[in-house]
Design a protein around this ligand. Structure first.
Ligand SMILES: [Cu+2]
Length: 132
């Protein structure tokens, strides 16, 4: 049996859209949340984020956060960045950083990471408020 061209094209388009939505859904299934929004202004301030799988609410352990950026975008100073380093964490699904928050105000921690068993990169932005 030969299918009409238009029907076959329709099937191909459907298959492609299923693949596309599947990929997007996977990456959007995860969320980075602040443990505590208010943090201390100054050197060595501690930031902590929890990565959760939204559908189950479960913390996601073993993620590799391969790219992070910390900037004052929330206060219209996106070009103002802060040094930060990853710290060890014993809590499941919690990822910690030490940051030099040189100014009081809103800081955005922008994260790209890989989650075990998920081929898409997971991204998130967590906003902290540095206080004197
Ligand atoms: Cu600033």
């Amino acid at each position: 049996m030969t299918l009409p061209i238009s029907f076959r094209a329709g099937l191909a388009a459907l298959a492609l859209s299923l693949i596309a939505t599947g990929a997007l859904a996977a990456a959007a299934d995860y969320e980075f949340q602040p443990l505590k929004v208010d943090v201390k202004k100054g050197a060595g301030s501690e930031l902590a984020v929890r990565l959760v799988h939204k559908a189950t609410g479960k913390p996601v352990t073993g993620a590799v956060l391969f790219r992070t950026r910390l900037d004052m975008g929330p206060d219209s100073m996106a070009e103002m960045t802060a040094r930060h380093v990853a710290m060890p964490s014993s809590e499941p699904g919690v990822y910690r950083f030490k940051a030099d928050l040189t100014m009081a105000g809103g800081w955005a921690l922008r994260i790209m990471g890989k989650v075990p068993g998920e081929k898409d990169t997971v991204q998130g932005v967590v906003v902290f408020q540095a206080k004197d």
